[in-house]
Design a protein around this ligand. Structure first.
Ligand SMILES: [Zn+2]
Length: 44
């Protein structure tokens, strides 16, 4: 599960897919929904 880096909305799509963006705000920055690991993923 990933979350949007901007609006914190959960992303249900595969963030590894090229060209996806947040349904809510259009952001292309996501991070894994894990308490201790904050890994930023940029969709190309
Ligand atoms: Zn968003």
């Amino acid at each position: 599960m990933y979350k949007c880096g901007k609006c914190n909305k959960p992303i249900h799509s595969n963030v590894n897919t090229v060209g996806i963006q947040c349904e809510a705000c259009g952001s292309k920055i996501f991070y894994k929904e894990r308490p201790n690991v904050k890994k930023v993923t940029k969709a190309r």
